[in-house]
Design a protein around this ligand. Structure first.
Ligand code: SF4
Length: 151
């Protein structure tokens, strides 16, 4: 690997933009994502910046049991994220539907049926440290050797 590539990979690993989308949750997982921003977990010390602008994101956190109203919206959010990108399912809801997965419910898990999911963080809800670890584990894989295509 060239020195330039190594420098690029290092810089990218210290500047990870994360957007998150809630496709139908009880808000338990949202609170754990927000806790990552608190002084206790201080996600920004790892170079991770959380916002809700998919056009500037590298990683998308998906929270909640997938509901039909999100079919086009989630795909639209995903397509707005520039390459390289990855999505992480946060909590049991996007994996299995969790407590919302009952007979006659309208949810449609797993969310991996709708967009590519690179990692899952199970739990109801998962701990902020588990969310942080997943982002830190996935980001280097996403950025590894990625070259911006020349126009
Ligand atoms: S996984 Fe549990 S805490 Fe998270 S949104 Fe679903 S029901 Fe709520």
């Amino acid at each position: 690997m060239s020195l330039l590539q190594r420098v690029k990979n290092f810089v990218r690993s210290k500047s990870i933009h994360v957007a998150y989308v809630d496709v139908g949750s009880c808000n338990g997982c949202d609170i754990e994502v927000l806790a990552c921003l608190s002084p206790r977990y201080d996600i920004e010390q790892y170079g991770i910046y959380v916002h809700n602008n998919p056009r500037e994101a590298d990683i998308l956190l998906v929270i909640g049991a997938f509901t039909p109203g999100w079919e086009e919206k989630l795909r639209s959010v995903w397509e707005k994220i520039p390459d390289p990108k990855a999505a992480i399912a946060i909590g049991n809801c996007p994996i299995s539907g969790c407590v919302f997965n009952r007979p006659h419910s309208l949810i449609d898990p797993p969310v991996a049926k709708h967009i590519p999911i690179s990692a899952q963080v199970p739990g109801c809800p998962p701990r902020p440290t588990e969310i942080l670890s997943a982002v830190l584990a996935v980001a280097p894989v996403v950025f590894k050797d990625y070259e911006v295509k020349k126009r």
